[in-house]
Design a protein around this ligand. Structure first.
Ligand SMILES: [Zn+2]
Length: 275
């Protein structure tokens, strides 16, 4: 009898390979496990003062999942797809727009809420999402601001770009492996008629689009009760529409109300292990 048959090594001796999550500015995230990577909403045509990853690097990373069609989530996706072999998973309307903008049609896969996709070690469940509603105060602060004068050319470019990058259906992704889940939101709202998993290891929260983000986000935390919150989209990557959002106030609020939840304010390109 082979002595190794039927013998399971104790947990401490098993090889444990971490799943890691990293942020590449705006809403671009990468989740990786044992060298297999998937990326979300890559966007590099950013404020030249922001750190950036190149289209070439993104093209080598892995398949791409899109949460919705807005320019800060899809503008560079055709270029990334065209440079590599990555598949691009997105809603039907975003698929049409991406192909129109030059993404190779054979790499673009239209998906719907309810679908389950196997990708390397990950199982990805597609859920219905909803886009954040910008509040009047933020719109007022953005439009009646000296920054608009300083960034007027960028403002006009963004307005022009909006036409080619309609929102389309908003998708939320639940990424699972073994007993661990990441719930990834690309815009901060939820559908009343969708069931979202509670208690995910990580909830990815886009932190941009309202003047009251700290308090606005709390009901979502209460509903989803994740073990940790991974903030993204808080950087000023497309001024004058975006702004650098204060994450520390929100992190302090969560620490006080939910001391068991960890808030991660990631640094660009740094890998964070998911337990
Ligand atoms: Zn959006």
């Amino acid at each position: 009898m082979n002595l190794s048959e039927g013998i399971v090594p104790p947990a401490c001796l098993r090889e444990v390979t971490a799943v890691e999550i990293s942020w590449y500015g705006t809403a671009a995230l990468c989740i990786s496990h044992a060298g297999h990577k998937i990326i979300f909403d890559p966007f590099v045509s950013r404020n030249p003062n922001s750190p950036r990853i190149s289209v070439q690097e993104l093209a080598q990373m892995g398949d791409i999942f899109i949460t919705h069609g807005h320019f800060d989530h899809t503008l560079d996706v055709p270029a990334v797809a065209a440079l590599g072999k990555s598949k691009v998973f997105c809603s039907a309307e975003t698929a049409r727009q991406l192909i129109k903008r030059g993404a190779p049609a054979q790499q673009v896969v239209a998906i719907n809420p309810g679908e389950i996709i196997s990708n390397g070690p990950f199982t990805i469940r597609v859920l219905k999402g909803q886009h954040i509603r910008f509040d009047l105060k933020l719109m007022f602060q953005t439009l009646f601001n000296r920054r608009l004068v300083g960034h007027f050319r960028e403002f006009v470019n963004i307005i022009r770009t909006l036409r080619n990058c309609p929102q389309g259906q908003v998708l939320v992704y639940e990424i699972s492996w073994e007993n661990t889940k990441v719930l990834h939101l690309g815009s901060l709202s939820l559908c009343a008629d969708e069931e979202y998993p509670r208690g995910a290891s990580v909830l990815c929260v886009p932190f941009q689009g309202r003047s009251d983000l700290s308090t606005y986000t709390l009901p979502f935390i209460e509903k989803l009760k994740p073990h940790s919150i991974f903030l993204h989209h808080f950087d000023d990557t497309f001024p004058p529409i975006s702004s650098q959002v204060d994450c520390a106030t929100f992190a302090a609020l969560v620490r006080r109300l939910y001391p068991e939840i960890t808030v991660i304010i990631p640094e660009f390109g740094v890998n964070y292990s998911i337990a």
